[in-house]
Design a protein around this ligand. Sequence first.
Ligand SMILES: Cc1cc2nc3c(=O)[nH]c(=O)nc-3n(C[C@H](O)[C@H](O)[C@H](O)COP(=O)(O)OP(=O)(O)OC[C@H]3O[C@@H](n4cnc5c(N)ncnc54)[C@H](O)[C@@H]3O)c2cc1C
Length: 676
Amino acid sequence: MTETVSGLCESQKQENTTGAHTSDLSYPTFVVVGAGPVGVRCAQRLLDYSSDAQVVLVGDEEGEPYNRVRLSQYLADHLEQSELNNPVTHAPHPRLAEFHNRKIFEIDRQNKRIIDDQGQQLPYTKLILATGSIAARPEIPGVHLDNIISFRSLEDAQTLIELRQTANTIVIVGAGALGLETAAALKTSNNRVVLLARGGLLGNRLSDTAESYLSAALSALQVEVLAGAQLEKCFGKDAVERIALSSGETIDADGVVLCTGIKPETTLAEKCGLDTQRGVLVSPYLLTSDPDIYAVGECAEYNEQLYQLVRPGFEQAEICSRHVCATTDQARALPPYQGSSNDIQLKISHIPCFLIGSTNSSNDPNLRVLTFENRFRGLCRELYVCNGKLIGAVVVGAWEESHSLKQAIADGADVSERQLESFCEQGNLWQETREQTLKQQPDSYLVCQCNGVSKGELCTAIAGGKRKLQDLEIETNAGSACGSCRPLMAELLDIPAPNLVMRHARGILVISILSLVLIAIAAFSPPPPVSDSVQVSWYLKKLWYDNFWKQVSGYTLLALCVMTASLSLRKRWQKIKAGHLDHWRYIHSLIGFAALLVLVVHTGFRLGENLNLALMLVFLAATCTGSLVGVFMARNHHWTDIKLREHRKWWSRVHYALLWALPVLLFYHILAVYYF
Ligand SMILES: Cc1cc2nc3c(=O)[nH]c(=O)nc-3n(C[C@H](O)[C@H](O)[C@H](O)COP(=O)(O)OP(=O)(O)OC[C@H]3O[C@@H](n4cnc5c(N)ncnc54)[C@H](O)[C@@H]3O)c2cc1C
């Protein structure tokens, strides 16, 4: 048990060390059980809305609270671990106490205290359960073998990162949002990732057309999607070695990730006799069947509905905290919780995909579903229109109008027949008149969907001096959940968008373009003349013709070529883990560029004859394809067109093929220089 922030009252401090319990609280104490994103949000709001209450946050996970929502981006190497931090406050708060690595075992409702697994007790005035969910594991033979992992926590993510480094084939079971994000995050250039999609992609919420586009986009990332495949059995001695599907097919696999759904964590609530069904039953003010206990987030069941997303939890935390801190009269005037939407926004960097609003193809005669497709560019857009109003949309592939669309659906905006016709023909609703920048949008425009933060709120914070992305996030909470609105926040701040995909993208782009220019000069311009009259030419002549200097530049070139190969080693040799791959890529491109410059020194860009000509051409072709890969890599996250992204893969293969020829030609070149 660790107290990270001082501020517990004396009786609690005493209780912490002695285990003695004092139920006579002279101040209100609000205790939140569960330090997931919703528990943390609750603690923040309780501090905001109360003036004298002690707020206590108790969680059973090790370490400080983290942002579970962004775990898949962490797994995909798009975030450092420190970027997952999700503190209640950014500076010590006198009324806040936190306990981590402490599992609450029991609630003594009669004496209003909670008891942890070591028997220590903590009194409460109001208790908020934010115990979330646990991963559901299918009951199939062999599911308890090693390397069969559920993905729910930071610890799971770290285990998966290790698994990715060693496993040749990883099978992902379940094709909901978590399954898709996990599959994309685990795919590397030298492993096989198979996704078992028993009930279709995204929980069968897509039409066949939209599903085919999403499936194609995953295939472009080289994730193998097995539609309708159901896991039946896992085989192996200690760790999993093979899996069997219900179709009878078997797949050799050294890792299995279970993304087979979640189950609300209701153990505590059930044990103390609170009303539960699938989750802990709550009223419109998030009250359980005990008037002093609330439940929020994934563990709460409201109106027969469970939510598995963070935004509903945040909305519940807001209402619950206001209710906890309100006087009886104030509480009566508070707006009740009325349920939340179940919008999905995938966080796979190369696959923009979202489902918003109502996307049920119900039998309502007034419902119309309009579709725009562009196979070549991998675009599928479906609009759900009812009585002339936009009520929902499914989008696969990039769409500049996405933000306007989301706002229009949130507002239940009218849509004209002319707009719908234009949508069916060109895929756009508003054309250039509505394609506005964020700055031109109204203040009510919702920038952060997870936290419900509008453009107006962000502008107020910016006007109040929050000029950095991090400060803006701390002030408004925008961008703190899934993070997909951070580029928009950057746009408001007039700063470059945070690079969500690749570090050094700009540097790699510049180096690659410079290399291409140099190669073009080498290939298409005549070799530079050298005259004895000019001092510079004298030096060049020495470099190009003097035996000693030729050897110096030649061996430097050789050394640089060997150094560029280190990138392949970093990718393929599991023992080299130092530094993020993007840093290595950047260094690789810098060394490649340096090699080109040394080539000028060594040859004066004269192509030569016979063996030398072959060597020059292969070298230039290898650097040219490498530079093209650099350009595609640096721009990849801007391109949602699957075919365009395929170019990177194609040029990489040519680059590797050429690199195999280089050492052989170099060997004969050196031999020829010394022996013939
Ligand atoms: C990889 C991944 C990606 C996701 N991406 C998205 C996304 O893009 N968008 C989205 O909306 N949602 C996403 N989610 C879902 C989102 O993370 C959850 O909706 C959110 O975390 C729910 O928050 P919560 O606080 O209710 O529950 P949890 O996050 O589950 O937190 C509950 C906490 O309570 C603790 N606890 C439980 N019992 C006890 C006890 N007895 N004593 C003490 N502590 C206890 C648990 O250990 C846990 O730390 C994602 C989830 C995962 C795993």
